[in-house]
Design a protein around this ligand. Structure first.
Ligand SMILES: Cc1cc2nc3c(=O)[nH]c(=O)nc-3n(C[C@H](O)[C@H](O)[C@H](O)COP(=O)(O)OP(=O)(O)OC[C@H]3O[C@@H](n4cnc5c(N)ncnc54)[C@H](O)[C@@H]3O)c2cc1C
Length: 397
C-alpha cells in the first residue's frame, strides 16, 4: 500500500448555490427523494456525477422493476414507487400486468406479481421530465467529493464539475449515492461488503430483435474462484468495470462472433459498474431479514421480498438517519440494514420507498432548522399516507 501523502493547499471555492434539500445521487432513490421534497415546496438540488438519471436502473441496464406487492395479491409499496413504475413504461408499448390494472382480475394478483420490464433509454427521458417538472435544480456531471461538518451538521458540500471545485450550502442532505459516500465523508459509521459478483448486463441485437443479456458470476459470490469486489475504493471500481466488460466480451465471442457479428452485436453496455451492495450507513438500528411482518412505530413505508411470496417489511425511519450528523438522511441501497436485509432493500421499489420517505422527512425537518432527529414521526407518516404511501399495520396482522 502506498503511504505517501501530499498536502493540498487550503483554498477558497465559489458557492454554486444554497438549497433547502440537497440530494446526492440521481438513481431511483435520489429521484424519489428530490421529487418528494420539491413537490412539498422545498428548493431542491439533485447532484449526479453521471449525465442522466436512473443510476443502476438506466445506466446499468437493470431493466426489471421488481414487485410492489407481497406475492400473495396485496400491494404493499405505492406512492412514488408506483408512479416511478408507471413512468418507466411511458415511452414504450409495455403495460402494467393486466390483473394489476384498475379493472383487472383481483384473484389473479396472487399468481402474477406487480413488476414490469422497462426500456432503460426511454426511462432516462421520463425520469428527467418528471424531475424538471417538479422544479428540481439538476446538477449533472458533478461529484460530491467532500463535506464540511460543523456542530454535528453538514454546513457545506464540496463538488467538482466542469466549472471546477465549488461548494453547495444545504439545509438538509440526502445521501442517495448508493455507496453511502456522504455518510462516509461526513464521518458517520458505515459498513462495506466485499461480495459483489462480476456482472455485465447488456443489450444486444439478435436476429429477432433486441434482447437483454443478464450476466453475473454464480452465487454464492466467489464460488469456483470467481473474483469478488467491494466497490469502495478506486482500484476496486476500476477492476469491476474491466471485469464486467471482459465478461460481456466472452459472452459475445461465444454467441455473436461465430456469425461474424452480422446478425448479433452489442447495442447498449452498462456505463456504471454493476455493484449490488457496496457501503451502507450503520445507524443504531439495522433492519434484518428476521424483521419480516414486524411493525415499527416509525414505519415510513412497506416493501415485499422480490425473491419469494409472503414476506412484508416495514421500513423504520431510524434506518435512514444517523445520530452522528443531524441534517443527513440516507435513501436507497445505502440505508441501515443487515447483510440479509440488504438483499431485499437494495432493489428498485424499495429504493423508491426510502427515497420518498427521506425527501418528505427532509422537508418536515426544515421547520426545525434541518434537524432530522427532531421531527414528529406521526406527522411524517400522515404526510406520506396523504401522498399515497402504504403504511398499514393491518397488512401484517
Ligand atoms: C447486476 C444487478 C442486477 C440487478 N437487478 C435488479 C432487478 O432486476 N430489479 C431491481 O429492482 N433491482 C435490481 N438491482 C438493484 C437495483 O438496480 C439497485 O440497487 C437500485 O437501482 C439502486 O438505486 P439507488 O438509487 O439506491 O442507487 P444507484 O442506482 O446506484 O444510484 C446512485 C446514483 O448516485 C450517483 N453517485 C454516486 N456517488 C456519487 C457522488 N459521490 N456524487 C454524485 N453522484 C454520485 C451514481 O452515479 C448513481 O446515479 C440490480 C443491481 C445489479 C448491480
Amino acid at each position: 500500500m502506498n503511504t505517501q501523502v501530499v498536502y493540498e493547499p487550503a483554498r477558497q471555492v465559489p458557492v454554486y448555490g444554497s438549497w433547502d434539500v440537497v440530494v446526492i445521487g440521481g438513481g431511483i432513490a435520489g429521484v424519489a427523494a428530490a421529487l418528494a421534497a420539491a413537490r412539498a415546496g422545498a428548493s431542491v438540488c439533485l447532484v449526479e456525477k453521471e449525465n442522466a438519471l436512473g443510476g443502476l436502473a438506466t445506466l446499468g441496464n437493470v431493466l426489471v422493476y421488481l414487485p410492489l406487492c407481497d406475492g400473495r395479491g396485496k400491494q404493499v409499496a405505492a406512492g412514488l414507487a408506483a408512479e416511478l413504475m408507471r413512468i418507466s413504461l411511458r415511452y414504450s408499448a409495455a403495460q402494467l400486468p393486466e390483473c394489476w390494472q384498475p379493472d383487472g382480475n383481483i384473484a389473479e394478483r396472487s399468481k402474477q406479481r406487480l413488476r414490469v420490464s422497462f426500456n432503460p433509454a426511454a426511462y432516462m427521458i421520463s425520469l428527467e421530465e418528471l424531475v424538471l417538472a417538479a422544479g428540481v435544480q439538476l446538477m449533472y456531471d458533478t461529484r460530491c467529493c467532500a463535506v464540511q461538518v460543523e456542530n454535528n451538521r453538514i454546513s457545506a458540500i464540496f463538488v467538482e464539475n466542469k466549472s471546477g471545485r465549488g461548494a453547495i450550502v444545504p439545509q438538509v442532505v440526502i445521501d442517495a449515492s448508493g455507496d453511502a459516500d456522504v455518510c462516509y465523508l461526513a464521518g458517520a459509521a458505515t459498513v462495506s461488503l466485499h461480495t459483489n459478483r462480476r456482472s455485465g448486463w447488456y443489450l444486444s441485437h439478435q436476429e429477432n430483435g433486441v434482447r437483454i443479456n443478464m450476466l453475473s458470476d454464480p452465487l454464492p459470490a466467489g464460488s469456483g474462484g470467481a473474483p469478488t469486489f467491494a466497490g469502495d475504493d478506486w482500484q476496486d471500481v476500476t477492476r469491476m468495470n474491466i471485469a464486467g466488460r471482459q465478461m460481456i466480451k466472452e459472452h459475445l465471442m461465444q454467441h455473436a462472433a461465430p456469425s461474424g457479428f452480422a446478425n448479433a452485436y452489442p447495442v447498449a453496455m452498462p456505463v456504471i459498474p454493476l455493484f449490488r451492495m457496496t457501503r451502507r450507513l450503520q445507524a443504531d438500528f439495522e433492519l434484518d431479514e428476521s424483521d419480516d411482518h414486524r411493525w415499527f412505530d416509525d414505519t415510513v413505508g412497506m416493501i415485499g421480498d422480490w425473491r419469494k411470496a409472503g414476506p412484508i417489511f416495514c421500513i423504520p425511519y431510524r434506518t435512514l438517519r444517523t445520530k452522528q450528523v443531524g441534517n443527513l438522511l440516507a435513501a436507497g441501497r445505502c440505508i441501515s440494514v443487515t447483510e440479509s436485509a440488504w438483499e431485499i432493500t437494495r432493489v428498485i421499489p424499495a429504493c423508491a420507498v426510502t427515497g420518498q420517505a427521506a425527501g418528505t422527512a427532509a422537508v418536515q425537518a426544515l421547520k426545525s432548522g434541518g434537524r432530522v432527529d427532531a421531527l414528529d414521526v406521526k406527522e411524517l407518516q400522515n404526510t406520506l399516507c396523504a401522498q399515497g404511501v402504504i403504511i398499514k399495520r393491518e397488512l401484517i396482522m
